[in-house]
Design a protein around this ligand. Structure first.
Ligand SMILES: Cc1cc2nc3c(=O)[nH]c(=O)nc-3n(C[C@H](O)[C@H](O)[C@H](O)COP(=O)(O)O)c2cc1C
Length: 175
């Protein structure tokens, strides 16, 4: 799919069919994620694709932000132990989270390209998800992404008008 078309078409999908997602597709998503830029090229991200239906169901239970019963949930973590050794103080403050967000958008656009739907989800019970995934202490969950074949219609976009957010050069009071 052409990039401009993908940018226009990507929407948060909140209703999924039970059609399974193949491992090859998940590998393509992981590849899209690892191609993202990261501060100082740190790449401290860790991608957990949850495909076990029991695990997906349990994580779903602790994620009020998730909806539509996705067949796959991606949990993007940062390895903060790795970041501590190879990064800088800024990695912990904001670098890793921004890197994860860059990877997330790459993955969501690639999902669209593969005919899949996705939704970024930040509303989840961190402690419960950590426990279910048996995460090492120094892994930080950055974001969840629901994944699967979309079902149903999406709501129309609600975009703020361009003139409310576009600037050229320094900020100027309206004249
Ligand atoms: C950082 C972040 C966190 C989000 N968390 C949630 C969430 O917990 N639950 C949810 O339903 N949608 C969540 N979303 C999806 C947004 O609601 C959605 O992107 C926004 O409404 C714009 O719609 P669109 O993605 O279809 O353009 C999140 C999006 C981002 C970027």
């Amino acid at each position: 799919m052409e990039l401009s078309e993908a940018l226009e078409k990507r929407r948060s999908i909140r209703s999924f069919s039970s059609r399974p997602v193949s491992e090859d597709q998940l590998l393509a998503l992981a590849q899209a994620g690892r191609l993202a830029p990261s501060a100082s090229n740190l790449q401290s991200w860790q991608f957990f694709f949850l495909t076990d239906p029991e695990l997906v169901k349990k994580v779903d239970l602790f994620s009020p932000g998730l909806s539509g019963h996705p067949p796959v949930i991606l949990v993007i973590c940062s390895d903060m132990g790795y970041a501590k050794i190879h990064g800088s103080p800024n990695s912990e403050r904001y670098g890793c989270i921004m890197d994860a967000a860059m990877a997330a958008e790459n993955i969501m656009l690639k999902a669209l390209d593969l005919g899949l739907g996705s939704c970024a989800v930040k509303s989840y019970n961190d402690a419960a998800v950590r426990k279910l995934l048996k995460l090492p202490e120094d892994y930080r969950i950055e974001i969840l992404i629901s994944l699967g074949y979309p079902e149903g219609e999406v709501r129309p976009r609600r975009l703020r008008p361009m003139e409310e957010l576009l600037h050229f050069n320094a900020w100027q009071e309206e004249v």
